[in-house]
Design a protein around this ligand. Structure first.
Ligand SMILES: CC(C)(COP(=O)(O)OP(=O)(O)OC[C@H]1O[C@@H](n2cnc3c(N)ncnc32)[C@H](O)[C@@H]1OP(=O)(O)O)[C@@H](O)C(=O)NCCC(=O)NCCS
Length: 157
């Protein structure tokens, strides 16, 4: 497996990967963002796309917009996140942050194990996004948990 930056010619395959996971249009903090319009890291194995991380690089902070892998528990997510942290550090950022949802216990575990701290809870933010921005957000999320709230996690670099 190896990780590389997305190039212009990767756009169709990355678009398919994101659309299949309903994550191309990404709702968070009351805004809908097109993940495809931002830089991405691709994880590949034998020429196949097995993971995508999209991010927004600001002056001092790097936001992980989306991170998805084809098969969990193989180190792909960790490799993508480590590469994003490396890019953020090189760019002079001193913080990484991201938003996840209240049902995503796997992601909460994953990020906290990697040094991220829960810094903000936005109760009802997902309900709001479903109503105003992205009607395809399901009512029920992972583990049968009602999908309602956003949680912001942050890690100093
Ligand atoms: C969250 C997500 C990106 C994590 O990616 P992942 O590839 O499963 O993560 P990793 O495999 O790197 O790490 C997960 C665990 O597997 C372990 N692992 C890695 N390689 C392994 C291997 N070969 N054998 C056994 N375990 C392994 C890691 O050590 C880690 O455990 P730890 O946290 O106790 O250290 C992934 O689950 C995912 O795509 N989820 C769906 C989308 C999503 O929720 N995205 C986040 C939205 S905010």
């Amino acid at each position: 497996m190896w990780i590389r930056d997305r190039r212009a010619r990767d756009i169709p395959v990355v678009e398919r990967f994101l659309v299949e996971r309903d994550t191309r249009m990404c709702a968070r903090a009351g805004k809908l963002v097109d993940a495809l319009a931002h830089p991405a890291l691709l994880a590949e194995e034998n020429g196949e796309l097995i993971g995508v991380l999209t991010y927004i690089l600001e002056e001092k902070a790097c936001e992980v917009l989306t991170i998805h892998v084809e098969d969990s528990w193989r180190g792909v997510g960790t490799a993508l996140l480590e590469k994003a942290e490396h890019i953020a550090l090189q760019a002079g950022c001193d913080v990484m942050f991201l938003t996840t949802t209240n049902d995503n216990l796997d992601a909460l575990r994953f990020y906290q194990r990697r040094g991220f701290q829960l810094t903000r809870l936005l109760p009802g933010a997902v309900d709001e996004s479903r109503m105003r921005l992205k009607p395809t957000i399901p009512m029920t999320g992972a583990h049968g948990i009602p999908l309602r709230d956003e949680i912001v996690l942050r890690r100093e670099l």
